[in-house]
Design a protein around this ligand. Structure first.
Ligand code: UD1
Ligand code: CA
Length: 470
């Protein structure tokens, strides 16, 4: 079942109203063109060619694992194939198949591509085209069938007669061609149509006229959606979200409200993970068994261990071992390592730091560029003052150290094991093991000061009233 694939990604995407090329717009964090190329590769395509054109400097870096063909002038989908002709000739030995896909049809599945190839090759047809039925066919080319249900031709909407517009069988824009037959018909394509473009879709009628067989493979409309504008982009994203969430739920992940959970294609979840509403998991993120995430969390490129509880938090490029407690409202920035049983609590920000086994940072703290040993307790409001305006400095805190609330730890500084800082202290000198670091002005006590002040204020008010004759 050998075949090559050509992905059309040169169009301007005018209807997106964007400075970005249409092909680079994302579905769950992955560019549309990537979804299509990855599906082609997964279906067993020997090689993939990508036709780029409009804003191609944005597209090329995303498709560098494919052979790139540049379409300088965009004169239609048929023209895109003509431009690739020289490259395609290399593979056009007798019986070779070419799959053609559009970068704006990102929901196509690998098994559907394989089915297109199988059907085209199995029937020895000139082409197998993908079709779908929909109540709202607007924007799609219509597939016109003959009396015995055979494909006669495809007509673009802008060229369709009222009767043809009534047809609800749509061309989904994915095909498997007999490559030599496609190439030998290319020069017959014209551009005498409403859009003045060379339509690839004209070739089906040409095949039929020359007695070649054209077959169709029908799929569900949810797989065939073409993304031409932002409404369709949102619709396609929601369909992909549903597909991914369904697979994870069937694999044993609980979701309270899957419609508000967005999981990227490279995320790995173990069973018995529980996801509450409003959660976005993206990039290379993994979550182990028994962990509860949400509500309101965003986790990107992070590894989360077993039985963690993560609530209303943002976690980026970090690692959490088992039984870590995070949030509500913690912000773990890149380079955070939370060891087993540790805690990052409410309004806590941690960056480039290791929090040792069982250590706790429960409230209102900033820990940056630091290494905490095991069983450390960080009091509320503690700040590692890691930046002197020029460079970042490191803070080291030993096992079982107890940092009093509102301690300012001016880095570079080392707090020894079992050491303690007094609440409100600004620590600028290293603390040896087991020592207390205290930096505090002596407290004064002025007895009765409040009552005296109240009396003075009261007397002042009375005098003012007398003066005003009240
Ligand atoms: C196309 C089909 C239509 C089908 C629909 C399915 C044609 C003429 N029409 O219409 O029958 O129902 O897809 O979604 O093929 N492209 C190029 N170079 C060009 C023009 C387009 O690479 O010169 C690329 C676009 O970037 C896009 C794809 O080809 O990825 C399809 O082009 P688009 O303009 O979106 O075609 P539709 O009008 O959607
Ligand atoms: Ca389209």
């Amino acid at each position: 079942m050998a075949f090559s694939t050509l992905v059309l990604a040169a169009g301007a995407g005018t209807r997106m109203n964007s400075t970005k090329a249409k092909a680079v717009h994302e579905l769950l964090g992955k560019p549309m063109v990537r979804w299509v190329i990855d599906a082609a590769k997964a279906s067993g395509s020997d090689r993939v060619l990508t036709v780029v054109g409009h804003e191609r400097e944005q597209v090329i870096p995303l498709v560098s694992d494919t052979t790139i063909v540049v379409q300088e002038e965009r004169l239609g989908t048929g023209h895109a194939i003509m431009v690739a002709r020289a490259e395609l000739e290399h593979y056009a030995k007798k019986g070779a198949s070419l799959v053609v896909l559009s970068a704006d049809t990102p929901l196509i599945k690998e098994e559907t591509i394989a089915a297109l190839v199988e059907t085209q090759q199995g029937t020895g047809s000139a082409v197998c085209l993908l079709t779908h039925e929909t109540d709202d066919p607007s924007g799609y080319g219509r597939v016109v069938l003959g009396e015995s249900g055979q494909v006669l031709y495809v007509v673009e909407e802008s060229d369709a007669s009222p009767a043809e517009k009534e047809v609800t069988l749509c061309n989904s824009g994915a095909y498997c061609f007999d490559l030599p037959l496609l190439l030998s018909n290319l020069e017959k394509l014209g551009n005498a149509n409403a859009q003045g473009e060379f339509y690839l879709t004209e070739v089906f009628g040409l095949f039929v006229k020359s007695g070649e067989s054209v077959v169709a493979y029908c799929t569900d409309a949810s797989e065939a959606i073409g993304v031409n504008d932002r409404l369709q982009l949102a619709e396609a994203s929601a369909l992909m979200q549903k597909r991914i969430n369904t697979a994870w739920m069937l694999a044993g992940v609980t979701m309270l409200d899957p419609s508000t959970v967005w999981i990227g294609p490279d995320v790995e979840l173990e069973n018995d993970v529980e996801i509450l509403p409003q959660v976005i998991l993206s990039g290379k993120t993994s979550v182990a068994r028994g962990t509860i995430i949400g509500p309101n969390c965003r986790i990107a490129d992070s590894a989360i261990g077993r039985d963690c509880v993560i609530e209303e938090s943002v976690i980026l490029e970090s690692e959490l071992e088992d039984q870590v407690d995070c949030g509500p409202r913690a912000y773990l920035r890149p380079g955070t390592m939370m060891k087993q049983g540790s805690k990052a609590g409410t309004h806590v920000e941690i960056k480039n730091a290791t929090i040792g086994i069982g250590s706790k940072v429960p409230h209102l703290s900033y820990i940056g560029d630091a290494t905490l040993g095991d069983d450390v307790n960080i009091g509320a409001g503690t700040v590692t003052c890691n930046y002197d305006g020029y460079e970042k400095h490191h803070t080291e805190i030993g096992d079982r150290a107890f940092i009093g609330s509102d301690s300012m730890l001016v880095a570079p500084v080392t707090i020894g094991a079992d050491a303690m800082t007094g609440a409100g202290s600004t620590i600028t000198k290293d603390l040896p093991e087991g020592a207390l670091g205290l930096e505090r002005a002596e407290q004064k006590i002025i007895r009765g000061w409040v009552y005296k002040r109240r009396r003075e204020k009261e007397e002042g008010k009375n005098r003012k009233n007398e003066k005003n004759g009240r």
